[in-house]
Design a protein around this ligand. Structure first.
Ligand code: ARG
Length: 460
């Protein structure tokens, strides 16, 4: 079969080169958006007087027929001629409606503006799906946060027990990270949703196609105002890969927290059997494979981003075949995110928590800051109270007792402002509920956070 671009060639392509050059095995995922773009382009050609209305109608019907074949799995690839999705669709259109009309479709168009258009249309759809999945996660996690608002556990810095916090406060910390990711996706969508079609190969379209019309027909917000930029820009792919990496980072960090919390040493949470696996050797094992995969898959998305940036960075203007390498990392990041967000949502929805174990992990020394704050409320400067509370920690450590077991005399020996009500410091509920400033772990402030998330989710 002759090639679309075969006219000026005499020598045959090495079959090895044919394979190497082909992208059809991955870009066939663009089949539907490629047809969508072609249908709009055919209409634009008609408006420019390059197609009669009969020809345009024939072309639209033909394109629909090609799409139907993809949808029903009956599209037969002709290899090696169908080197990419654009070639394959045009070849098939030609077979269905005849080359006399089909041969006019590519007038003024290049695969360069075509592929850039397809990529943007496809990614726009994928972004919308990912946004919906993130919203689902936010709803599930905030429901959990509401139901378990009275559960208190150690909060950590440096993975050392730091201060008591509400379990809900912890859950919501990631919900807000995902909210920021959603906002990143919104911004990205705006960058993606611009029209390259009508840029031609690079210099522009010589048939005065109405690009505003094309933008409208394809649901783009605006026309890319420079044809060279239109065909060569893949910043939107790089930006997507960065946002994808950021989302995966959040997923990975949450997974790591839950892996730690599910170990016997912590015992704060138990993963549902549905998301765990066993060991082929050790009968007792129940491993958090879902969480480990979530953490692990972060690596491939990062890798895709780094790899694509490397491919992209040194390209001269404008289109270069290197750009064909934009697709696999984009598809792979989308697939990975899709699977990861859904698994994370299921894992968090079915997680069992152990409030008693969380509570048992709370120790009085985690209230040393509260002890210092007690003296602050009596007018002692914080730097001094920090030191006094440190001495109380040391005293309890030397005695081998809990700080809560020190006597009033012990406290008085450290500072004269201590009074009988110092015992009230050693209450974890009271400690969390003192954090009443906006964003704190006090019950009322966590309730506020849940309301914020609910309002955000409701608007989506
Ligand atoms: N398969 C190509 C890609 O993905 C389509 C564009 C080909 N353009 C060209 N001038 N060879 O980039």
């Amino acid at each position: 079969m002759s090639k679309l671009w075969g006219g000026r060639f005499q020598g045959a392509t090495d079959p090895l080169m044919e394979q190497f050059n082909a992208s059809i095995h991955f870009d066939k995922r663009l089949c539907a958006v490629d047809i969508q773009g072609s249908k709009a382009y055919a209409q634009a050609l008609e408006r420019s007087g390059l197609l009669t209305s009969d020809e345009a109608a024939t072309m639209a019907k033909g394109l629909d027929a090609v799409l139907k074949e993809w949808e029903t799995g009956t599209f037969e690839l002709k290899l090696p001629a169908d080197e990419d999705i654009h070639t394959a669709n045009e070849r098939r259109l030609s077979e269905i409606i005849g080359s006399a009309v089909a041969g006019k479709l590519h007038t003024g168009r290049s695969r360069n503006d075509q592929v850039a258009t397809d990529m943007r249309l496809w990614l726009r759809g994928a972004i919308d799906e990912l946004r919906a999945l993130l919203v689902d996660y936010m709803a599930v996690a905030s429901d959990r946060a509401e139901a378990e608002i009275d559960v208190i556990l150690p909060g950590y810095t440096h993975l050392q027990r730091a201060q008591p916090i509400r379990w809900s406060h912890f859950l919501l910390s990631y919900v807000f990270a995902f909210q920021a990711d959603l906002e990143r996706l919104d911004a990205l969508r705006h960058h993606v949703n611009q029209l390259p079609l009508g840029s031609g190969a690079l210099a522009g379209n010589p048939f005065n196609v109405d690009r505003e019309f094309l933008a409208q027909a394809l649901g783009f917000d605006r026309v890319i105002p420079n044809s060279l930029y239109g065909v060569s820009d893949r910043d939107f792919v790089a930006e997507f890969l960065f946002v994808a990496s950021t989302i995966m980072t959040h997923i990975s960090r949450l997974a790591e927290d839950l892996i730690i919390y599910s170990s016997a040493e912590y015992g704060f949470v138990t993963l549902a059997d549905a998301y765990s696996t066993g060991s082929s050797l050790m009968p007792q094992k129940k491993n958090p494979d879902s969480l480990e995969l979530l953490r692990g898959k972060c690596g491939r998305v990062f890798g895709g981003m780094a790899g694509f940036m490397m491919t992209y960075k040194g390209l001269p203007s404008t289109y270069n075949k290197d750009l064909q390498e934009d697709k696999e990392p984009m598809f792979d990041a989308c697939d990975t995110l899709h699977g990861s967000i859904r698994i994370l949502t299921a894992v968090v929805a079915t997680l069992k928590i152990h409030p008693q174990r969380m509570r048992a992990a709370l120790t009085a020394d985690m209230l040393a800051t509260d002890l210092a704050d007690y003296l602050v409320r009596k007018g002692v400067p914080f730097r001094a109270t920090h030191h006094v509370a440190g001495e109380a920690v040391k005293l309890a450590e030397d005695r081998g007792c809990s700080m809560a077991d020190l006597t009033l005399e012990d406290f008085k020996s450290l500072h004269t402002e201590f009074e009988a009500d110092v015992v009230d410091v050693f209450n974890f509920e009271a400690s969390v509920d003192r954090r009443t400033s906006v964003g704190g772990t006090a019950r009322a402030r966590v309730v506020d956070q849940i309301a914020l998330v609910r309002a955000f989710v409701a608007k989506r």
